[in-house]
Design a protein around this ligand. Structure first.
Ligand SMILES: Cc1cc2nc3c(=O)[nH]c(=O)nc-3n(C[C@H](O)[C@H](O)[C@H](O)COP(=O)(O)O)c2cc1C
Length: 369
C-alpha cells in the first residue's frame, strides 16, 4: 500500500495519487519512486537502500557479463527484500570502421588519459543473449530495456519467469512500438535526463529531444500501460509534477548520485551539486551515442574548432574507456564521463533512503498531504 500520511480518502481522490497507489500495489512498493539504472554508478548498496526505503532499486548491467549480473543481484538480495530492476541495452549493429579518423581521436584522447590502443569489436548479439539469460536467471522484479526493444523470445522468457518488462522510450512512436511488443510499463525519458538518451535510432538523438512536460502526457494518452517519468526529476515538486502529467511513478537518477552509497568520484559528485539547469551539455563524445553530461576538459577539447567528430557507437565508447577509467581512479573530472541531468543542482549528499523518503514527503506536501 502507498504510504499516505494524512487524510487518505481525500488524497486517493486525486487522480495522480490513485495512479501512483495502483502502481505501488502492483510492484509492492510504498513509494512510487524508482532508481534509474545507471551503468557504472549503481552499486548494489545504492539499489538496496532505495528498495529498503520502499522505492525500486535498479542496476544498469550493460557493461557486465553473466557473472557480474548474477553477483550484483545476489548482493542486492542479501541486503534487502525490496523490489529491484535490471537494465540491458538493446544492441546496435556494428558500424563501419575508419582507421584514420580513429587515429585523430586517439590523439585527442592521449591528452586526457593513457594512450588508447587499437580496439577490436565483436558482434554484440552473443554477449547480449548471455546477458539476457543471466537476467532471467537472476529473476528481478523488472527487466528494463533502453536503445530499442527486446526481441520477442527474450520478452517471452522474462514473462515465463514472472519478470515484468519496462521499455524506455524517448518519443510517442517508440512508446507505441513498445506497447505493441508487450511492455508492461513505459519509461518515458525526457531530454532533461542525465546519461545516455535511449533513442531507438541512434542517429535521431539530437533531432528528437522531447522534454518531459510534452512527452509524459502524450505517451500516457497513447498507451494503456502505466507510464514512468524519467529525466530531470530531483525534487518532491518534480515527482508530484510527473504524476500530474500522467505518470504512475518517477525515476530518479542524478538525484541519487551524491548519496554515499553511489560511491562516485568526488569531483563528479561536487560538480553535480554545483550545477545549474543550464550547465549540462548533450554530447556523443563519450560513446558515440548521445548523452547528457556536465562540461569537462575532454568535452571542451572535443567541441573545439577542428576537433574530430566522435566515432559511432560503440567505437567511441571503446576508444574513451581507458581515459574514463583512469580519470575516475585519479578523481579528475576532466576525463570522467560526468553524466548528469538538468536538475543536478537539486541533488543532495544524503543517504539514498533519506532521499527517497524526502522526495515522497515533499511530493505529498504538494498534494496537500
Ligand atoms: C550515470 C548514469 C548512467 C546511466 N546509465 C543508464 C543505463 O545503463 N541504462 C539506462 O536505461 N539508463 C541509464 N541512464 C539514464 C537513466 O536511466 C535515467 O533516464 C536518467 O538518469 C533520468 O534523468 P535524471 O538523471 O535527471 O534523473 C543513466 C543515467 C546516469 C546519470
Amino acid at each position: 500500500m502507498i504510504d499516505l500520511p494524512t487524510d487518505v480518502a481525500a488524497l486517493r481522490a486525486i487522480p495522480a495519487l490513485t495512479r501512483a497507489a495502483a502502481f505501488c500495489e502492483a510492484y509492492s512498493l510504498t513509494r512510487p519512486i524508482v532508481m534509474a539504472p545507471m551503468a557504472g554508478a549503481c552499486p548494489p548498496a545504492l539499489a538496496a537502500a532505495v528498495a529498503s526505503a520502499g522505492g525500486m532499486g535498479a542496476g544498469g548491467m550493460v557493461g557486465d557479463g553473466p557473472d557480474g549480473i548474477s553477483a550484483w543481484a545476489g548482493k542486492v538480495r542479501a541486503a534487502t527484500n525490496g523490489a529491484f530492476m535490471m537494465n540491458l541495452w538493446a544492441p546496435d549493429p556494428l558500424p563501419e570502421r575508419d582507421p584514420a579518423h580513429e587515429a585523430a581521436l586517439r590523439d585527442v584522447l592521449a591528452g586526457f588519459g593513457p594512450p588508447p590502443q587499437e580496439i577490436a569489436l565483436a558482434a554484440p548479439e552473443d554477449a547480449f543473449a548471455a546477458q539476457c539469460a543471466a537476467v532471467v536467471e537472476a529473476g528481478p522484479t523488472v527487466a528494463s530495456s533502453i536503445m530499442g526493444l527486446y526481441p520477442p523470445d527474450v520478452v517471452a522468457r522474462f514473462k515465463e519467469r514472472g519478470i515484468r518488462w519496462w521499455a524506455t522510450v524517448t518519443t510517442v512512436s517508440e512508446a507505441l512500438m513498445a506497447a505493441e511488443a508487450g511492455a508492461d510499463a513505459i519509461i518515458a525519458q525526457g531530454m532533461e535526463a542525465g546519461g545516455h538518451r535511449g533513442a531507438f535510432d541512434a542517429a535521431r538523438g539530437e533531432a528528437q529531444l522531447v522534454g518531459l512536460a510534452a512527452l509524459v502526457p502524450a505517451v500516457a494518452e497513447a498507451v494503456t500501460v502505466p507510464v514512468i517519468a524519467a529525466g530531470g526529476i530531483a525534487t518532491g515538486r518534480g515527482v508530484a509534477a510527473a504524476l500530474v502529467l500522467g505518470a504512475s511513478a518517477a525515476i530518479v537518477g542524478t538525484a541519487l548520485l551524491r548519496a554515499p552509497e553511489a560511491g562516485i568520484a568526488s569531483t563528479w559528485a561536487d560538480a553535480i551539486g554545483a550545477a545549474r539547469p543550464e550547465d549540462t551539455v548533450t554530447t556523443r563524445a563519450f560513446s558515440g551515442r548521445l548523452g547528457r553530461s556536465l562540461p569537462t576538459g575532454y568535452l571542451e577539447a572535443m567541441a573545439a574548432p577542428g576537433a574530430p567528430a566522435p566515432a559511432p557507437f560503440p567505437v567511441q565508447r571503446s576508444l574513451t574507456a581507458p581515459m574514463r577509467a583512469a580519470a575516475v581512479k585519479a578523481d579528475d573530472l576532466a576525463g570522467i564521463s560526468a553524466w548528469a541531468g538538468q536538475s543536478a543542482g537539486a541533488s543532495r549528499a544524503e543517504p539514498a533512503g533519506a532521499i527517497v523518503e524526502r522526495l515522497w514527503a515533499e511530493a505529498l506536501a504538494e498534494f496537500g498531504g
